[in-house]
Write a protein that binds this ligand. Structure first.
Ligand code: 13P
Length: 252
């Protein structure tokens, strides 16, 4: 049985003091989540990771938003998986569409980052999704198949089971144009089938999230789908009130 998972991606939002305030105020919601077997996570900026982790409820996973694939060296501005490990992080987002678009993040580069995280016992949360043009041209599954094959190559079955995948159609991120429940289920189901082809006997344990304009009023519909195990949420994760509303909606 896969546990439900709600992860907030804060992107480039919140100062350390704002992150601390959120961590203090989310305690009630986190307790409710614990009682209802829902897992929680937040991905703050690097600058807020330690402050957030030190104050956040113990059952809240803390993810970085990116990681470098090398362990150390001359890579100005980068942070490695072993550094995240030492400050007690749980994992990192990998391959978010904003990084694919603005930072030339390719799926092959994502594979190296996923390897670095796994080598440090950290959880990769791998994001995949098609652009609006690819969606309109009916190429969604082709795009995602390639993102899975390149990003998740050279793993063991046990490693595959530790990875979380988020399906985030690029056209739905921050636009209010969320994918229908049918599309989310269809593509998350496709992802699970393809993971099974790549790593037989892994896919029933892999958690697959939907992301893209998820809000308190639409999250429950996604979670009713067989292959959607949770949500990766941007804008609606920024206030404690809407984050808590989503936790409650998930338990319905
Ligand atoms: P929004 O929920 O703001 O559309 O962002 C989704 C997202 O990119 C989460 O990673």
């Amino acid at each position: 049985m896969r546990r439900k998972l709600l992860v907030g991606n804060w992107k480039m939002n919140k100062t350390p003091s704002e992150a601390k305030q959120f961590a203090l105020e989310v305690v009630k919601g986190a307790l409710y989540a614990q009682d209802h077997e829902i897992d929680l996570g937040i991905a703050p900026t690097y600058l807020c990771l330690q402050t957030f982790k030190s104050v956040a409820p113990k059952n809240m996973l803390v993810f970085a938003q990116n990681v470098h694939f090398e362990d150390h060296g001359a890579f100005t501005g980068e942070v490695s998986a072993s550094m995240l490990k030492e400050i007690l992080m749980d994992g990192s987002l990998i391959g978010h569409s904003e990084r694919r678009t603005y930072d030339n993040e390719t799926s092959l580069k994502c594979a190296k980052k996923i390897r670095a995280l796994l080598n440090n016992d950290l959880i990769p949360l791998y994001c995949v999704g098609e652009t609006e043009q690819e969606f309109n041209e009916g190429k969604t599954k082709d795009v995602i198949r390639l993102q899975l094959e390149e990003g998740l190559k050279d793993l063991t079955v046990e490693e595959m089971k530790k990875i979380i995948i988020a399906y985030e159609p690029v056209w739905s991120i921050g636009t209010g144009k969320n994918a229908s429940e049918e599309i989310a289920e269809n593509i998350c189901g496709f992802i699970r089938d393809h993971v099974e082809k790549m790593y037989p006997s892994s896919s029933q344990e892999v958690r697959i999230l939907y992301g893209g304009s998820v809000k308190p009023n639409n999250i429950a519909g996604y979670l009713r789908q067989n292959n959607v195990d949770g949500a990766l949420v941007g804008g609606a994760s920024l206030t404690v009130s809407s984050f808590a509303e989503m936790i409650h909606a998930l338990s319905e």
